[in-house]
Design a protein around this ligand. Structure first.
Ligand SMILES: Nc1nc2c(c(=O)[nH]1)N[C@H]1C(S)=C(S)[C@@H](COP(=O)(O)OP(=O)(O)OC[C@H]3O[C@@H](n4cnc5c(=O)[nH]c(N)nc54)[C@H](O)[C@@H]3O)O[C@H]1N2
Ligand SMILES: Nc1nc2c(c(=O)[nH]1)N[C@H]1C(S)=C(S)[C@@H](COP(=O)(O)OP(=O)(O)OC[C@H]3O[C@@H](n4cnc5c(=O)[nH]c(N)nc54)[C@H](O)[C@@H]3O)O[C@H]1N2
Ligand SMILES: [Mo]
Length: 802
């Protein structure tokens, strides 16, 4: 490693940052990474790009009239740039007002999102710690990734995060498995990424080892490329959302042919009798046999029967991608995967059983950390109110309304102030037209970001923040075995500030909330008297101490920050999921009510929900009913993009390289394209009853006929003068529904949507979302008038100055 580079860490890996002395010019891969991610190539262009937020800005109507949506809706209004001192005064006054008039239960800072790597400068932790010292806020529970698994698994096996951390290792699969059946495939593109970072990408190598060992793979997904090419996987493409029916058909075959493991079911599980009754049709006079499954899935009955026999005759790993549970009734395919694995009787054996989450990130099944990295404490939130994370529109549109969650009936708070830092709901949430309406409801919205995302454009107060390359920190993935020194590479762009310093300044303006002063001590509750640099070093010292306890020696800060990546030992390289439980279920019971795997859950049955019964059951996807099907015949899939992390740095080089006529590509099968007169490279329009967007057609046999696939994360670009505020850029969430998986877990169900698609015949409108919004001079009478029209040139000039 050459010394004129500085290391930088991202969720997608380590990079060597190069500058021209002032500006970032390139990020090179780290030589020790066997399979580095090209997502690094987005950083330079985006951080230097025209969409960078350079100064604090306030929405014009809000500045003129005070809190409230005002005459011009959020998302359409212009902005006025203001000085830091002024914007901090505005925020401090607004916090005081909302707290006084409505209480802290009126502040929502669930603030979901991935933000950036770095143990200290983690956007959500900073915001939450600050608001906790101000009397608290309404938080969110769960995530958009695997929320149905998070909610369901504790009832039937145990906490989901423990399952992921203890997933059977790929080295074990290579050695012991004969067959890996992958529901939702195992997209190698998704294993570029891991939460908090990944120093070495091991997935490709580990899959290659499996292929060389002769492990057979079956990929069950609408997208051929969800199985890596080298695996030579068999490709089955059932109708999206029909995995539960397919698994039921497999299970029925096992049961009717006596291939199920009765001893395993008796010793380690409860409730198989109820499942068996359902499989045989004793309850509803409908046996869930292979012929029934074929009707619902489109996979032939012969193949279903054959696959069931192969699974029973082999050491079989059942893998379920998180995307499969991001569907209508997404709890069911997971419960059914556990049921199927239990019937095969291989749970706890090397290379057998089930895993939900392989392929969801770089590290699952590949590596773990031997001890916990230190983090800055968030303190205690005096407000106990929360919402399930994907109910944000529902909460804003329906204050006081009731809903069901994990068997409880709850009520939405009446939120007046929303603060988002490190996430992009106008990327991640479903049904963006509905979210746009919901975002008109609060009195004030504050957003911190690097770039002018659609979320920032829907805010009243926008704070420009430093990016990871513009601050000092250390990187360490939540499930990685490496620690990465992150020296500041370049100064923050424009007037952007490190978030910690923003909250420290606000804390000084506000003092600690009077009511909590006694509880929290001094007005230094937020900073504890430390600078950002002091905190980073403290967290490193704490991490070092934790390492010492675990027998791992780490260098002192000065040596670490000037050096290379530090790799620590893998705690369990030949881990087998649930091996201890299998060895002795009496001594090592599962943390479920029975201590066993609950194929029937009395607790869930007792909730008496219409959309989640006491055992895994088939519910057809919602959009399949009624008039919708004829008008919108194509299934829309919207998985994670290969060329970026979600919506981050969408205006960077690698992300731009896959766009078609500046728009996000939508994959369409040649037969579906021909039927609509569409050629590869055409601009197309996707639509349904919820919304519409433009995209670029990519005609390919990689996508199953009857399905289209539009990557997530193109910056939402609504044209409010077009029908349904048509998005010009290709964001699938204008088309997805906001109904969630079920009333058990209230999880996002983005993969279940139906659309129609036509060739766009007009002159395609230019994409606007990679440019900044329109700025105005200050409308208030006592303010000096500046020239206001902003062009890209301003940003270039700005960069030259900094
Ligand atoms: N249709 C559909 N929708 C989906 C999905 C899907 O499969 N289909 N997948 C879902 C999933 S699994 C997820 S996890 C979500 C992801 O949704 P998000 O996590 O919200 O997506 P990101 O684009 O990562 O948003 C992070 C934002 O933080 C900003 N940022 C980065 N660093 C910092 C920082 O240091 N400070 C601040 N203040 N901001 C920072 C970035 O610029 C970006 O705007 O999307 C979900 N949405
Ligand atoms: N490059 C890159 N990698 C990422 C991310 C990123 O943004 N970019 N995001 C990261 C995050 S936050 C997460 S949560 C993970 C997500 O990881 P996953 O949840 O595994 O990823 P998805 O892309 O949503 O879905 C995987 C595949 O499931 C298939 N699928 C969808 N619906 C169905 C269905 O009903 N049945 C079947 N059988 N298959 C279906 C789709 O073809 C899709 O390609 O990825 C992580 N990795
Ligand atoms: Mo995710």
């Amino acid at each position: 490693m050459s010394t004129d580079h500085k290391l930088t860490a991202s969720h997608w890996g380590v990079g060597l940052a190069v500058t021209d002395g002032k500006t970032l010019t390139a990020i090179h891969p780290h030589p020790d990474d066997p399979d580095p991610s090209p997502i690094n190539d987005n950083i330079t262009g985006s951080l230097n790009g025209a969409a960078r937020i350079l100064r604090p800005a306030v929405r014009k109507s809000w500045l003129e009239r005070g809190p409230g949506a005002g005459p011009v809706p959020r998302g359409r209004d212009d902005f006025v740039e203001v000085a830091w001192d002024e914007v901090l005064e505005l925020i401090a006054a607004e916090i005081k007002r909302v707290r006084r008039d409505h209480g802290n239960e009126a502040i929502y800072a669930g603030s979901y999102g991935w933000s950036s790597a770095g143990r200290f400068h983690h956007a959500q932790s900073q915001l939450k710690r600050f608001l906790n010292t101000q009397g608290g806020f309404v938080r969110s529970e769960g995530n958009y990734s695997y929320n149905a698994a998070l909610g369901l698994m504790p009832f039937i096996v145990g906490p989901f995060r423990d399952q992921v951390a203890k997933a059977t290792r790929w080295s074990v699969i290579a050695k012991h498995s004969d067959l890996v059946v992958m529901f939702g495939g195992m997209a190698e593109r998704n294993t570029q990424v891991s939460d908090g970072g990944v120093a070495r990408h091991r997935m490709r190598g580990n899959l290659q080892a499996c292929a060389e060992a002769g492990v057979k793979f079956v990929s069950i997904s609408p997208l051929r490329t969800d199985a890596a090419q080298g695996l030579e996987a068999e490709w089955l493409a059932p109708n999206p959302g029909s995995d539960t029916a397919l698994m039921l058909g497999l299970a029925h075959t096992l049961l009717s042919e006596g291939l199920h493991d009765e001893a395993f079911l008796a010793r380690y599980c409860v409730g198989f009798d109820r499942v068996a009754a359902y499989l045989m049709g004793n309850e509803d006079a409908q046996p869930k046999d292979a012929h029934w499954a074929a009707q619902h899935t489109g996979v032939s009955a012969a193949r279903i029967v054959g696959l069931a026999r192969e699974m029973a005759a082999s050491r079989t790993m059942i893998s379920v991608a998180a995307g499969v549970q991001r569907t209508d009734f997404g709890e069911q395919p997971m419960w059914m995967a556990v049921t199927l694995a239990a019937m095969l009787g291989q749970i706890g054996l090397p290379g057998g059983g089930y895993t939900v989450g392989y392929g969801v990130n770089a590290n699952i099944g590949n590596i773990e950390r031997p001890f916990r990295w230190a983090a800055m404490g968030q303190g205690t939130n005096p407000v106990t109110e929360f919402i399930p994370v994907a109910m944000v529109s529902e909460m804003l549109l329906n204050p006081g309304g009731s809903y069901s969650y994990l068997g409880q009936t709850r009520r939405f708070p009446d939120v007046k102030l929303v603060w988002w830092a490190g996430g992009n709901p106008f990327h991640h949430h479903q049904d963006l037209n509905r979210l746009h309406a919901a975002f008109q409801r609060p009195q004030t919205v504050i957003v911190n970001d690097i770039n002018w995302t659609a979320t920032a454009r829907h805010a009243d107060i926008v704070l420009p923040v430093a990016a990871a390359q513009e601050r000092t920190d250390f990187g360490a993935g939540k499930s990685d075995n490496a620690l990465v020194p992150m020296q500041q590479v370049v100064p923050p762009a424009g007037e952007a500030r490190v978030e910690y310093d923003i909250y420290a300044a606000l804390a000084a303006l506000l003092g600690t909330a009077e009511a909590f002063a006694a509880l929290l001590g001094t007005a230094e509750a937020f900073t504890e008297g430390r600078s950002a640099q002091d905190w980073v070093q403290k967290l490193w010292d704490d991490t070092r101490a934790a390492g010492a306890t675990a027998g791992v020696a780490l260098p002192e800060w000065d040596r670490f920050i000037a050096g290379d990546v530090v790799v620590v030992p893998d705690p369990s390289p030949s881990q087998v999921f649930l091996a201890e439980f299998r060895a002795d279920p009496g001594t090592n019971p599962l943390p479920t009510p029975s201590g066993k795997i609950e194929l029937f859950s009395d607790v869930i049955a007792g909730f008496d929900l219409p959309d989640c019964k006491g055992h895994a059951s088939w519910f057809p996807p919602r959009d399949l009913g009624g008039a919708h099907t004829a008008a919108h015949p194509l299934y829309l899939l919207s998985g994670q993009p290969k060329t970026r992390l979600h919506s981050q740095l969408d205006n960077g080089a690698y992300s731009l390289s896959q766009k078609i006529a500046g728009r996000e590509p939508v994959l369409i099968h040649p037969d579906d394209a021909a039927a609509r007169g569409i050629k590869d490279g055409d601009v197309v329009e996707l639509f349904n009853a919820r919304g519409r967007c433009l995209a670029g057609a990519r005609v390919t046999e990689d996508i199953a006929q009857g399905c289209v696939f539009l990557w997530t994360g193109a910056w939402y670009d609504p044209d409010f003068d077009a029908p349904q505020a048509r998005d010009r850029h290709g964001n699938p969430n204008v088309l997805t529904h906001d109904l969630r998986t079920s009333s058990l877990t209230q999880s996002p169900a983005a993969h279940s949507a139906r659309v129609e698609l036509v060739r766009f015949t007009g002159i395609p409108p230019e994409v606007q979302s990679h440019k900044p919004p329109r700025f105005r001079s200050d409308p208030r009478p006592d303010r000096p008038k500046k020239s206001a029209q902003v062009t890209d040139v301003r940003h270039t000039d700005e960069r030259a100055k900094s």
